[in-house]
Design a binder for this molecule. Structure first.
Ligand SMILES: Nc1ncnc2c1ncn2[C@@H]1O[C@H](COP(=O)(O)OP(=O)(O)OP(=O)(O)O)[C@@H](O)[C@H]1O
Ligand SMILES: [Mg+2]
Length: 222
């Protein structure tokens, strides 16, 4: 279970405090998926970063399976992040000196790597249509290909919580549908909790719930 309670996020800026998230609450059980829509700058990535434990809220609480994540000591939080959370970043964050396959394998290197890590990494890259690009460096991939490598990397450790920030932003319609299929099957097939930030109404409709983030407030669509 993922719960966010009364999340507020404020950034200090030269012209005063900027309030990005106001009293945002959300609860998702295993197997549930939510899409978050909202204009550019409305705080979608900020919310995803907080749910993914990458950034603490100014106030409020995030719990994963009843554990207050920001109360955990850093090594434990890092372990939880690595093992339980898969993040597809808006700007990929692929390591430029590593091949597509190596980038997907990176999360498996911390701790005891599963024996099947290499097979799984290959399979995931195949699933996202990149079987022929395993040895390419990020600079030798298109934007959409990099995005798909980032998705494969997010899934390689079989995370319980998957957070995807505009995962189809750079993709043509057919590839976007394919990546949407892959995301949409995660909750039902694997009990994953999924939060997808997107500007695509058609992608958003594929998930159980839709939310709008406007003026720092998250509102469920009925
Ligand atoms: N570290 C920071 N310091 C100050 N302001 C910030 C910081 N990070 C983000 N912001 C501001 O917070 C707001 C929300 O940013 P965020 O990246 O969450 O938006 P977004 O909804 O993901 O937008 P987009 O659709 O363009 O990706 C923006 O107005 C941004 O300028
Ligand atoms: Mg963003």
């Amino acid at each position: 279970m993922l719960t966010a309670e009364a999340i507020c996020k404020r950034y200090p800026t030269r012209t005063g405090e900027l309030e990005v998230l106001r009293d945002v609450s959300l609860a998702l059980a295993p197997g549930q998926a939510a899409a978050v829509l909202g204009p550019s700058g409305s705080g979608k990535s900020t919310l995803l970063n907080i749910l993914g434990t990458l950034e603490p809220p100014t106030s409020g609480r995030v719990q994963l399976d009843g554990r207050d994540v920001f109360a955990l000591p850093e090594p434990e939080l890092a372990r939880l992040r690595n093992r339980q959370i898969g993040f597809v970043f808006q700007d990929h964050h692929l390591l430029p000196q590593c091949s597509a396959l190596e980038n997907v394998l990176l999360p498996t290197l911390a701790g005891a790597a599963a024996a099947d890590a290499l097979d799984r990494a290959r399979q995931l890259l195949e699933r996202v249509g990149l079987a022929g690009r395993l040895d390419h460096l990020p600079a030798e991939l298109s934007g959409g290909e990099r995005q798909r490598v980032a998705l494969a990397r997010a899934l390689v450790n079989r995370p319980r919580l998957v957070l995807a920030d505009e995962p189809t932003g750079n993709l043509d319609r057919a590839t976007a549908t394919h990546v949407g299929d892959l995301l949409a099957e995660l909750p039902a097939a694997h009990g994953v909790i999924l939060v997808v930030v997107t500007h695509s109404e058609s992608l958003a409709r594929r998930f159980e719930r839709q939310y709008d983030l406007v003026d720092g407030r998250l509102a469920a669509r009925s």
